[in-house]
Design a protein around this ligand. Structure first.
Ligand code: IPD
Length: 259
C-alpha cells in the first residue's frame, strides 16, 4: 500500500499541474468520447516506473500501455488507470482519479484511488478495511430501493445502440430516490464504498476502471457482481454494486428492464 500511495501521490502532483494548463495539452481521440491526453501517457509511464522499481517482476496492466503476457510476470499484477475520468479532465472538471489495483490470481488484494485536485485518497487492503483519507469506510445501510441514490456510467456505444441501457436507466430513475452520473467509474465505486451512493451499475468497463474500486467496496462490507451471471466483474466489466440488502433487488431490476 505504501508503494501504491506514494506512486499515486507522485503522479498526482504532475497531473494537478497538467490540469491547471489543460488547454495546452495534446488530446487525441481513441473512439467516441474516449480521449487520451499527453497527461494520461505521462502519468502511466511514471506510475509504471515507480511500481516496477519497487516490485521488480510483478506484472503491469495499464490503460495506455496494455498488458504483459502472463508468463512475463509473477502471480502479482498492478492494474492501473492513470486518469480515470479523462473526459472530465479534458473539460476542466476536477472529478477524475488515478486508480491502482493490485491483483493476485484474479483477485484484487489492495486498491488506491486518488483525486489529486481535491486530495481525496481512497485506499484499502484485503482483510484490513477500506478508508477515505483516515476515515474507515462502510457501505450505506439503506434497505429500500425507493430511498436509494444509484450511480451509473453511460456506455461508449454508437448512435442508436443505447436502447437497452436507456431502458435500464428508465427503470432505475423511476424506482429510486435518484440517479447520478459523474464520469469516473473508479470514484463512483469509491462512493459506494463510502456510503455516498447506495448502489452503482455500468456496462463495458475495463479492469483498470474497476480493480481498486471492487476491493474498496468489498472491504467496506458491500457486494460487487456481474450484471448478467456469475463472471468475475473485474474482467467482464458489466457490474452492479450495492449493500447486502439492495444488491439482488437492484440486479433484478436491471435484468427485468430488458426481459
Ligand atoms: C471512463 C470513466 C467513465 C466511464 C467510462 C470509462 P476513462 O474511464 O470511468 O466514468 O463511464 O466507461 O471508460 O476512459 O476516463 O479512463
Amino acid at each position: 500500500l505504501n508503494v501504491m500511495v506514494n506512486a499515486a501521490k507522485k503522479a498526482g502532483r504532475a497531473m494537478a499541474r497538467d490540469f491547471g494548463e489543460v488547454e495546452q495539452l495534446q488530446v487525441s481521440v481513441k473512439g467516441p468520447s474516449d480521449f487520451v491526453t499527453a497527461a494520461d501517457v505521462k502519468a502511466e509511464k511514471l506510475l509504471k516506473a515507480e511500481l516496477t522499481k519497487a516490485r521488480p517482476g510483478w506484472g503491469f496492466l495499464g490503460e495506455e500501455t496494455g498488458e504483459q503476457k502472463p508468463d512475463e510476470f509473477s502471480d502479482h499484477r498492478w492494474i492501473v488507470d492513470p486518469i480515470d475520468g479523462t473526459t472530465n479532465f479534458v473539460h476542466g472538471i476536477p472529478h477524475f482519479a488515478i486508480s491502482i489495483g493490485l491483483e493476485r490470481a484474479g483477485e484484487v488484494i489492495a486498491g488506491v484511488i486518488y483525486n489529486p485536485v481535491t486530495d481525496d485518497l481512497f485506499w484499502g487492503e484485503k482483510g484490513a478495511g477500506a478508508f477515505h483519507n483516515d476515515r474507515r469506510l462502510r457501505v450505506a445501510g439503506r434497505q429500500r430501493l425507493d430511498q436509494a441514490v444509484i450511480g451509473t456510467g453511460i456506455p461508449h456505444l454508437g448512435r442508436g445502440e443505447h436502447g437497452a441501457y436507456l431502458r435500464e436507466l428508465a427503470h432505475v430513475m423511476t424506482s429510486t430516490a435518484g440517479v447520478r452520473r459523474f464520469g469516473a467509474a473508479s470514484l463512483d465505486l469509491a462512493y459506494v464504498a463510502a456510503g455516498r451512493y447506495d448502489g452503482f451499475w455500468e456496462h463495458g468497463l475495463k479492469p483498470w476502471d474497476v480493480a481498486a474500486g471492487i476491493l474498496l467496496i468489498k472491504e467496506a462490507g458491500g457486494f460487487v457482481e456481474d450484471l448478467n451471471g456469475k463472471a468475475n466483474p473485474l474482467f467482464s466489466g458489466n457490474l452492479v454494486a450495492a449493500n447486502e440488502k439492495l444488491i439482488t433487488p437492484l440486479r433484478d431490476m436491471l435484468r427485468k428492464a430488458n426481459a
